[in-house]
Design a protein around this ligand. Structure first.
Ligand code: G1P
Length: 264
């Protein structure tokens, strides 16, 4: 049912400088595999057929990678004209995502720097649980340390059981710990009702002076219902060096287990 995914890949990777001055963060390897490759694999596993990459003119290597490694997929490249935030990036993908379809379908959004290792890939977990009769926007959610709320979209919601979703009362982008309604955070997987684009068009700048996807979803809470999906898996913040290293180390452990036949 969910056929289109938007990949916001225009970010400047400031937390990973200097390498990101010449290599897009999405092409940095975890062990030997670029972050973007994990995101494409996850999307394919969830049944995605149309891949919309919202990129920037100074990152031509992204298109080069996709065209070279995935010549057969329906890949569309859209330029985000200005770095105005995640909401703006998703809105920039609107025309490519829609393509004049008569019946509009929900759209997935995948942030490649949120790398999640899971037995069942997270977008597939979400697609399986997505039920528009319950909630029309769904966000992946995980518990974070209370002192880290200012790095995430934070949910006003009860904590769902792993593998389950629960209704969201509200969302706040990057609140300080004292203002955070919980320590349940949004991570970079979304299944969104297609009218998110209309909501984004009238969403003003929020935290950091950027147009925030979190704010647009918050505005749709009453109209559409929003679900927090607590995925099963381990997430690595590969937008920063320690996360990249930890993810690579986890892959190395798996490789070693396979090689030695141990189930340690
Ligand atoms: C973005 C979103 C935020 C979300 C986070 C997950 O923030 O704006 O709501 O919690 O991704 O990684 P960013 O990390 O791009 O600043």
């Amino acid at each position: 049912m969910i056929k289109t995914a938007i990949f916001p890949v225009a970010g400047r990777g400031t937390r990973l400088r200097p390498v990101t001055l010449c290599v897009p963060k999405e092409l940095l390897p975890v062990y030997t595999t670029p972050l973007l490759q994990f995101a494409i694999d996850e999307a394919r596993d969830a049944g995605i057929e149309r891949f919309v990459f919202v990129t920037s003119a100074d990152k031509p290597a992204i298109e080069h990678y996709v065209r070279t490694c995935h010549p057969g997929i329906d890949a569309r490249f859209v330029e985000q004209a200005a770095p105005l935030g995640l909401g703006h990036a998703v809105l920039s993908g609107r025309a490519a995502a829609r393509d004049g379809e008569e019946v509009e379908q929900p759209v997935a959004v995948i942030l490649p720097d949120d790398l999640i290792f899971a037995t069942v890939p997270v977008l597939a977990q979400m697609a399986r649980a997505y039920d528009p009769a319950l909630c029309q926007h769904m966000v992946a959610a995980m518990k974070v340390r209370p002192e880290d709320t200012a790095s995430y979209g934070i949910l006003d919601s009860d904590m769902p059981a792993p593998g389950r979703q629960i209704a969201v009362r509200g969302l706040v982008e990057k609140p300080s710990p004292s203002d955070a309604p919980s320590n349940l955070a949004v991570v970079g997987r979304y299944i969104l009702h297609p009218t998110i684009f209309e909501t984004l068009m009238t969403t003003g700048r929020g935290a950091g002076g950027e147009i925030q996807l979190t704010d647009a979803i918050q505005r749709d809470v009453q109209r559409l219902g929003v679900g927090a999906f607590r995925f099963e898996g381990i997430r690595y913040d590969c937008g920063q060096p320690d996360g990249l290293l930890e993810a690579a180390s986890a892959l190395q452990d798996v490789r070693d287990m396979v090689r030695t036949g141990s189930a340690a």
